[in-house]
Design a protein around this ligand. Structure first.
Ligand SMILES: *Cc1c(COP(=O)(O)O)cnc(C)c1O
Length: 431
């Protein structure tokens, strides 16, 4: 399979090259030159297949010859080796819980798959490979855990000091070994600017092989299809196929779901749940893409004003607006509504939502109110314990810490404090 750039001026490349490059040289995103069709027998008898087998069959056509079958099967096995349950919340809505991985967020799936692919592709590379990533919270932890102890790969994570939650900070700063956390005295944007400068710095790239673990990387994007199939497998009750609602920021997650559907997975409709950052909500209403500034919200992993993966959704629909709007709609939810949803769902259904899941819950509920014969699934993308400030004030008590996290709090934070100044980062990377 070849991947072309959505900007159409860079050459098409293999899965391996697309994974190593991250972004195409012309600034576009890589997109598969054809969308594979999943065997209808797999869909029809999906309950007879293990998650590993489903995931392998979904991803194999994209990877092609670049990874031998036995290696790819092993990578897939390690990627999906935790529970992804579909939990009924009320008569018409179920939650696909994507937070049972090592860092309690859905990004574990993409980060695990990508880190193992990259580890395989770079095993013969003689230079030391440095994965450089800026995080506002969830990405850094997932990437750090994905690459932990991968031979030949060093990971450097920049995060804004005091602006990630306590659990997130522990997940970033306690691993050690090949993982280094740089605690930047600045904002997430400062971190991202510093990383961008490093990638453009010829002197630096002459000395270190730098690569990114950005969410636009095909090896992070494509495996996110897996759990849409796992959700379908768990829909055992008779009735219409459920619509799917995805809390969206950079739109990689929902785009993977739409790709799964384009490959044959039955999904009648997708809903992109957004917080106050409603660029796509506006676009789907007006046909015009507004130019907005990101605003901070309590569902901060979705505070994105210019969602980079949206261009891939346009590509799937061949830029045909009516086809797009018949399959995808979008709802924007305020922080006040998010808070009251966390509260009411806990009181009425005894289900604890995190702020991102709450945005999705309410967006789905609004859609279902206008579509009385439908039912739906929303994606719960993070464990509530990652966002205690927003959740605990609504549910009225502290969140029980999951067993897999309790050890985290006894570990010692190790970070290197750094000013928000690119020359300091460069100095560090060259030392
Ligand atoms: C990253 C993230 C999102 C947004 O996902 P996109 O693929 O960027 O749309 C939603 N929820 C949580 C918890 C996240 O970490």
């Amino acid at each position: 399979m070849l991947f072309y750039s959505t900007n159409k001026t860079s050459p098409a490349v293999s899965f391996k090259e697309a994974t190593i490059n991250g972004q195409a040289p012309d600034g576009g995103l890589y997109f598969p030159e054809r969308i594979p069709v999943v065997d209808p027998e797999l869909i029809g008898n999906i309950r007879n297949y293990s998650n590993e087998e489903i995931a392998y069959r979904v991803i194999a056509p994209y990877v092609g010859e670049d990874i031998p079958e036995a290696v790819l099967r092993q990578i897939v096995k390690e990627t999906v080796d935790f529970e992804i349950p579909l939990v009924k919340v009320n008569e018409r809505m179920a939650s696909l819980e994507l937070f049972h991985g090592p860092t309690l967020a859905f990004k574990d799936i993409g980060a695990r798959f990508m880190s193992r692919c990259l580890g395989y592709f770079l095993k013969d590379e003689t230079r030391k490979v440095t994965v450089l990533v800026a995080t506002s919270g969830d990405t850094g932890g997932a990437v750090a855990h994905g690459f932990y102890d991968v031979p030949g790969v060093e990971v450097v994570i920049l995060y804004p000091s005091g602006k990630v939650s306590p659990v997130q900070e522990k997940q970033l700063t306690t691993l050690g070994k090949n993982i280094t956390a740089l605690e930047i005295a600045g904002t997430f944007d400062d971190c991202q600017q510093m990383v961008k400068k490093a990638f453009k710095d010829a002197e630096l790239s002459g000395q270190r092989f730098l690569t990114s673990a950005n969410s636009i990387n095909v090896a992070r994007w494509l495996p996110q299809q897996f759990y849409y199939f796992f959700a379908y497998k768990q829909c055992v009750e008779a009735g219409p196929d459920p619509v799917i609602c995805v809390p969206s920021g950079n739109f990689g997650n929902i785009c993977a779901g739409i790709l799964a559907h384009a490959s044959g997975l039955p999904v009648p409709h997708f809903i992109a749940a957004c917080n106050a950052n409603d660029t796509v909500t506006q676009y789907l209403q007006t046909g015009q893409m507004p130019v907005l500034q990101a605003v901070p919200t309590i569902s901060n992993a979705m505070d994105v004003a210019d969602p980079s993966n949206f261009v891939r959704i346009l590509e799937i629909f061949k830029h045909e607006f009516p086809a797009l709007t018949s399959k995808l709609s979008s709802v924007s939810i305020s922080d006040a509504e998010t808070r009251s949803t966390i509260r009411s769902v806990y009181q009425e259904h005894h289900y604890m939502l995190d702020p991102h899941g709450a945005v999705a819950y309410l967006a789905l509920q609004r859609y279902l109110a206008n579509h009385p014969d439908d039912r739906g699934i929303f994606l719960e993308t993070a464990h509530p314990v990652k966002f205690p400030e927003a959740v605990e004030s609504e549910i009225g008590h502290s969140i029980p810490v999951p067993a897999m996290l309790s050890h985290l709090f006894s570990l010692k934070k190790k970070s290197i404090r750094m000013a928000a100044d690119y020359s300091r980062l460069k100095e560090y990377l060259l030392s």
